[in-house]
Design a binder for this molecule. Structure first.
Ligand code: HEC
Length: 142
């Protein structure tokens, strides 16, 4: 009994260790150039940080516009979405550089935006989520 419990504990510790070892691996990935971000890790960021307000499906808006096809799209132009004037009039085209700036701190980058999100402090997380956004933008997916 005791030994099987010990085995379970060892297995649990091993799994926890594996899970934890994944986190610093991505965190150490910091890069100022967002190209080369990790799509799989970016999908996880998207699901945790963005999907509450944004879908990744064409034509499906939530509180925010769909982010399917956002890479290369002119800001504020997804059909059927009500944008702030600031966003609609920004003239931004979403690419590595503009997404990186916006996602660092939306309200500093684009005063007047109604995106209620404080920003992603981690450069690695931004690079990864931008890689994911590019991957769901058919014209720009690698
Ligand atoms: C709490 C809701 C919410 C969260 C969380 C959120 N957004 Fe948004 N997002 C919005 C809204 C609302 C807008 C429209 C803003 C405007 O018009 O000013 C928007 C706009 C955008 C745009 C511009 C889209 C376009 O069509 O021009 C991008 C890009 C974007 N969000 C990316 C993200 C990413 C990436 C995340 C996660 C890291 C995220 N957002 C998290 C609500 C959210």
């Amino acid at each position: 009994m005791k030994s099987s419990f010990a085995k379970i504990c060892a297995a649990a510790a091993l799994i926890a260790g594996l899970v934890l070892s994944q986190v610093p691996a991505h965190a150490n990935d910091a890069q100022s150039n967002t190209k080369g971000g990790n799509i799989k890790a970016g999908r996880v960021v998207f699901l945790h940080q963005c999907a509450g307000c944004h879908s990744n499906l064409a034509g499906v808006d939530r509180f925010g516009p769909t982010l399917q096809g956002v890479y290369g799209r002119k800001a504020g132009t997804a059909p059927h979405h009500l944008y702030s004037h600031a966003m609609a009039a920004s003239g931004i085209v979403w690419n590595d550089h503009t997404l990186n700036g916006f996602l660092t701190n939306p309200h500093v980058d684009l005063p007047g935006t109604i995106m209620p999100y404080r920003g992603l402090a981690s450069a690695a997380a931004r690079a990864n989520v931008i890689a994911y956004l590019r991957s769901i933008s058919p014209d720009h997916a690698n």
